[in-house]
Design a protein around this ligand. Structure first.
Ligand code: HEM
Length: 328
């Protein structure tokens, strides 16, 4: 692999950067530039995601979340993509993951022109970047060169995926244990600017906050009223979808609206509300709420940092032919 200096690559710009590689530790930008007979892997994946996005713009949230759920369990090794009776995707917190079909389509598109070369872990990271961009976020350079894992266990997903009620201090520790800073954590949670959650994930905040028999006293009154309607007390609406963003035009628009909502007590999940309140994270939330540019720029670098967690490289793992099954 040929590597070049970051300054040269940046000067070359987005098209030519895929012709030379920029090295970062074990991964590099443009890793596939000389491995697919001149085919531009990043462009192929972007086109495949775009084709799905045009049919269903909601997939952006699914893809961004998929990268997180892959990387936080066993590292970014595409273990979340594997099918199987006891694989990670069978864990309850993964039951609402979406976008597997989009990753399959992107992988199929690269396999067609460059078989057995591009890992599913890399396809997923590039697909998530494409999603951020298509939703109005900023394009960022994805490091590549990951290989795919061959293990995927439901117990590991259950043990490592954070609960929506995880205290901020514990969440910061969890991310730190993966090499991610407190700011990376708060910025990545900005993924909650797109997509939805379900009533069951937060309805204790509406009716029985921390066993008080009352709502979370600091929840925005208007939002409390609206959410109670969508999520009745008898639990009959447990599976109802509630968008993180109020404005329907922005349900899938990537901006810093999430942090603005947090500052007026309109976070949906307990973890959302808590990062707005905690002295550990409150100043970061304010910075992101007041500076839209800072958020869109910083989100890309946080995703790159997330994409470095526990990667397999060199002779480790394999390059899967189908993202849903290990090679035989
Ligand atoms: C402590 C950390 C986190 C917790 C506790 C958490 C929790 C959740 C929960 C409970 C949901 C809703 C699931 C459902 O109702 O079915 C959700 C959705 C989502 N999460 Fe997170 N999350 C965390 C971090 C992240 C990060 C780091 C990202 C992105 C990098 C992310 C991106 C998303 C997205 C995009 C959705 C919407 C998915 C969709 O519409 O399909 N989350 N998260």
């Amino acid at each position: 692999m040929r590597c070049t200096s970051p300054s040269v690559a940046l000067a070359l710009g987005v098209v030519l950067v895929t012709l030379v590689s920029q090295c970062y530790g074990q991964l590099s930008i443009g890793y596939y530039s000389d491995k697919c007979w001149g085919h531009n892997v990043e462009e192929i994946i972007f086109s495949a995601v775009k084709a799905e996005f045009v049919k269903d713009p909601t997939i952006v949230a699914g893809l961004i979340r998929l990268q997180f759920h892959d990387c936080i369990v066993r590292g970014c090794d595409a273990s979340v993509l594997l099918d199987g009776p006891k694989s990670e995707k069978t864990a309850k917190p993964n039951s609402s993951l979406r976008g597997f079909n989009v990753v399959d389509a992107a992988k199929a598109a690269v396999e067609k022109v460059c078989p057995g070369v591009v890992s599913c872990a890399d396809v997923l990271n590039m697909a998530a970047r494409s999603a951020v961009f298509l939703a109005g976020g900023k394009w960022y350079y994805v490091e590549t060169g990951r290989r795919d894992g061959v293990v995927s266990q439901v117990e590991e997903a259950l043990a490592n995926l954070p609960s929506e009620n995880l205290p901020v201090r514990d969440a910061v520790h969890l991310f730190a244990s993966r090499g991610l800073s407190k700011e990376d954590f708060v910025v990545l949670l900005g993924g909650h600017t797109v997509g939805f959650t379900h009533c069951e994930k937060f309805d204790h905040r509406l009716y029985n906050f921390h066993n008080t028999g009352k709502p979370d006293p600091r929840m925005h009154t208007g939002m409390l009223y609206a959410l109670k309607k969508m999520c009745p007390k008898d639990g009959s609406g447990a599976d109802n979808k509630v968008y993180f963003e109020y404005n329907p035009k922005k349900h899938y628009h990537f901006d810093n609206g999430y942090y603005k909502q947090l500052l007026v007590n309109q976070g949906k999940l307990e973890i959302d509300a808590n990062i707005g309140r905690s002295p550990l994270t409150n100043s970061i939330v304010k910075k992101l709420a007041y500076s839209p540019d800072y958020f869109v720029n910083r989100f890309g670098s946080a995703m790159v940092n997330l994409g470095r967690v526990g990667v397999l490289t060199g002779n480790q793992g394999e390059i899967r032919r189908s993202c849903r099954a290990v090679n035989h």
